[in-house]
Structures are given as structure tokens and as C-alpha cells.
Design a protein around this ligand. Structure first.
Ligand code: ZN
Length: 458
């Protein structure tokens, strides 16, 4: 009797359903903002990055089967990045003809400047074997070192040096194994950028009269923001992700992290039926010097009612998770758990499903805790939040959500929800493969979501 060919295990029903939901959102995104759309260049590079990630997350046939209807995820990423590069070049030429420099050219963050687009272009063109284009865009990322070294440059994530460090790490992970020369060049630039961020943090902490509380504090547009997008928590998260450099500055980084995580957590509001209120972190702090000359922080808080990646607990929790990975102390993990609980109690907000201040962004802390603990409570929360993402249109129509400024973009709109659904689906597929004893899925490096997009995911 001939040997029978072993059949693939059946795909669990919940994965089938989540896959359908993911495809549906993807198709809507492709319909609304196809690569041929004349979006601004930032939006297009974001979609390119989304489809690059979907390509990279491919575990077995999880994504490719249905994506073949639109060619492949990496081909889509190529179309989007071609469009982003063309739109940016045209815009640049127009502006230069009038003697203007675009702001996206004069800053160096990954998310909101040309640096991110060049970094994403490098990674995609490498995947597509367009080596000459890839080298051209890599050079532009490395040349942006001169922008990051300007004295007036901020250290913030979206536009400044912390974002540049992310861009360097991003291109570093996409280098060919043999490209030692480029890797060494990236490491030299990163060390300089890192030192400039530290100097800026020390200077600002002294300026704000808070150096007796924290050795590092950063400001952006005149405010000492604390959150992940513009503030100290986001910058510290990035700094902790360069292990060699973080070791050099470890005592300083740890005191500054403890300041953010423990000294300025505060009560915000009470919850019906709960014996305790919900804690949050203020969006920023102001130095308030009392008659005794000290700085009573409790009188110095900015808004404490924001629960979103950019301001408040959902982003601070990501910093806590990173501190747990870097310093290894359980108390950091406990802060992440408290931040996730507070975020859950605070609800879905009114700002849509994007990553920066929407549901997808807030879901990430739950998703990362799910990966760490595999506890049902996080699985249930993530499932509920992905369902909200899938129902985004009804929530927008009934007025629960306000329409964001960029309703389709990765950072503010539907593309952020697609990212979450894809990452969650990839995690579920990994779990299913592991549970069916597939050796390929037991490698913890490839298992599930690595971190928050464009902050801690590489
Ligand atoms: Zn935001």
C-alpha cells in the first residue's frame, strides 16, 4: 500500500475568521488608497512599510494565499514605495525651484520625515533585488547623520534623533550578512547620535531644574512631554534598544526610567464599582518651584486624561516592558501590567483605530503582554479591540469615533488597524503551529509580535 501523504492540520476556526477580517480591511485600504493615488509621500511610505511587514510576517501560507489576488505583499510594497519616491522627488523639485527646503528634508525621524521613506525604500528594494536603488536610499539614510547632528535638532521620536536611531536600526537589520563595512558605519553614526541624545537630555534636565530627580529629560516645542511619541518614555525606549550603548549609560538610563515609571504615575479618575481609581501618566511636566525651592511634581502635571500611545499609559507601558527586558526587574513588568489595566478601563476613546492615538495603538500593550504571558485576559482584550477595528466604519458613522485628519494612514487611520490585525493573526498562526508541534514555529525569535510598530519592533 502506498504511503499516504500527511495532511496539513485544519486551520482553527478563529484564525479563519480573523484572516477574513484582515483581508477585508486590507482590501478596503487598497481600494481607498491604491498605490496610484496621489497621497502625500508620508502616507505612501507608511503603506509600503505595512505591506513589507505583511510580507515578512508570512508564516507558511498564512498571507500569501489570498494576497495572490493582488499579486504579492512585497510587490505591493514595491508599488507603494515607487509612488512615495516619485511624489517626494516631484515635491522636492517644486519646492527647491521656489527656494524652499521642505520640513521633511530638514528633520531626521523615521515616521514623519524623508529618512523613514529612504529606510523603507532600502529594505523593499533589497527584497526586490533592485540593489542599485537600495544602495542609493541607504546612502541617503546615512547622510542624514549631518541633519541629526544640528544643534537645534530635537531628540524626539517622530521628527528627531530617537527616530533617526530607529531608522539606523531598521536599515541595519536589512543589510546583507556580508556587509560588515556598512554595519560598522551605522554603528559609528548610532554612537554619535546616541551621545547627542544623552547630552541633550542632561542639559534639558538641568534647565528644567529637575536634575536632582532625573539625569535625563527631553523637551519638544518647549514642553517636557513624557509619552512615547514626543516624550521622554519614547526616547528612553529607543535608547534601551541598543544594548552595547545602553550598557555604557546604564545607571543614568535606569534612574531616568524609574523617574518616568514610578515618580510621576498619578491617580486620574475613579471607576464605578472599583475600590481604586485608575492611574495614568501626565502628558508632560512643568517645573514648578515652590517657596522652599523644591519642585513639587504633583503641581506640575500636564493633562492626565489621555490614554493613547502618544500620551499616557499605553505608551508608558511599552517603556516599562522595554525596561523589564533591559534591566530584568519584575517591578518594571508590574508597571506594564498596571498601564495595560488602566488603558483597558479607560475604553476605546474617540480618535479612531490608528496607532498613534487610536484603538490599534492601545491594543499593542495588551498584545505584547499576551505574547509574554499567554494569559486569557489579554487574549480577550486583544480580540475585543481587533473587533472594534473591524467595525471602525459603524463606529465612525454613529459618532463614537471622530474622523482622523488622515483616515487611512498608518499612524492615524485604517492602515494602523490593518497592521494590528496582521500582527495578531501572525501571532495566532504561530501559536497554532506550535501547538500542533511544528518545530519551525518553536523558534522564539520568530514567535509573535516583537514590539510596537516603529518603536520597539526590531
Ligand atoms: Zn497621537
Amino acid at each position: 500500500m502506498a504511503d499516504s501523504i500527511p495532511e496539513d492540520p485544519p486551520i482553527p476556526q478563529h484564525i479563519q475568521k480573523d484572516r477574513e477580517g484582515f483581508y477585508k480591511l486590507c482590501e478596503r485600504l487598497l481600494h481607498e488608497v491604491p498605490p496610484s493615488s496621489t497621497q502625500d509621500q508620508t502616507g505612501l511610505a507608511g503603506y509600503a512599510l505595512l505591506f513589507l511587514r505583511i510580507h515578512e510576517w508570512d508564516v507558511g501560507d498564512a498571507f500569501s494565499t489570498s494576497l495572490t489576488a493582488w499579486d504579492s505583499a512585497i510587490a505591493l510594497a514595491g508599488e507603494y514605495i515607487d509612488a512615495a519616491v516619485a511624489v517626494t522627488d516631484a515635491h522636492r523639485q517644486r519646492q527647491h525651484a521656489h527656494g524652499h527646503i521642505r520640513s521633511a528634508e530638514s528633520q531626521c525621524g523615521f515616521l514623519c520625515t524623508d529618512v523613514g521613506m529612504h529606510a523603507v525604500a532600502f529594505a523593499i528594494y533589497r527584497q526586490l533585488d533592485r540593489e542599485r536603488d537600495a544602495a542609493d536610499h541607504l546612502r541617503k539614510v546615512l547622510d542624514a547623520a549631518t541633519i541629526s547632528e544640528q544643534a537645534s535638532m530635537s531628540s524626539e521620536l517622530l521628527y528627531g534623533r530617537a527616530g533617526y536611531l530607529y531608522a539606523l536600526q531598521f536599515v541595519r537589520t536589512h543589510l546583507a550578512d556580508a556587509d560588515e563595512e556598512r554595519r560598522a558605519e551605522i554603528d559609528r553614526i548610532a554612537a554619535r547620535t546616541y551621545a547627542l541624545i544623552i547630552e541633550d537630555g542632561q542639559r534639558t534636565s538641568r534647565q528644567w531644574g529637575l536634575d536632582h530627580r532625573t539625569p535625563l529629560l527631553w523637551q519638544w516645542h518647549g514642553k517636557a512631554y513624557l509619552g512615547a511619541a514626543h516624550g521622554t518614555a519614547g526616547i528612553l525606549t529607543i535608547l534601551m534598544r541598543w544594548p552595547e550603548l545602553a550598557k555604557r549609560y546604564a545607571p543614568m538610563l535606569q534612574v531616568a526610567t524609574d523617574f518616568v515609571l514610578f515618580a510621576i504615575e498619578t491617580w486620574t479618575f475613579s471607576v464605578a464599582g472599583a475600590s481604586e481609581g485608575v492611574r495614568n501618566w501626565p502628558s508632560s511636566i512643568r517645573p514648578v518651584v515652590s517657596e522652599q525651592g523644591d519642585s513639587p511634581l504633583e503641581r506640575a502635571y500636564g493633562r492626565t486624561n489621555l490614554f493613547q500611545f502618544c500620551h499616557g499609559a499605553p505608551g508608558i507601558g511599552l517603556c516599562a516592558l522595554q525596561a523589564h527586558a533591559t534591566f530584568g526587574n519584575r517591578r518594571y513588568f508590574d508597571v506594564a501590567v498596571r498601564a495595560a489595566d488602566a488603558t483597558w478601563v479607560a475604553g476605546i476613546g474617540q480618535k479612531g483605530v490608528g496607532l498613534c492615538h487610536g484603538v490599534a495603538g492601545n491594543a499593542y500593550l495588551q498584545l505584547l503582554l499576551l505574547r509574554h504571558t499567554e494569559m486569557t485576559v489579554y487574549a480577550d482584550r486583544v480580540r475585543a479591540l481587533t473587533l472594534v477595528c473591524r467595525l471602525w466604519e459603524s463606529y465612525t458613522r454613529n459618532g463614537t469615533f471622530r474622523l482622523p485628519d488622515h483616515p487611512w494612514s498608518l499612524w492615524e487611520g485604517l492602515a494602523g488597524a490593518v497592521w494590528l490585525l496582521a500582527d495578531h493573526l501572525s501571532y495566532e498562526v504561530c501559536v497554532a503551529m506550535r501547538d500542533s508541534d511544528d518545530a519551525a514555529a518553536s523558534n522564539s525569535d520568530t514567535f509573535g509580535p516583537r514590539g510596537f510598530p516603529c518603536l520597539s519592533d526590531i
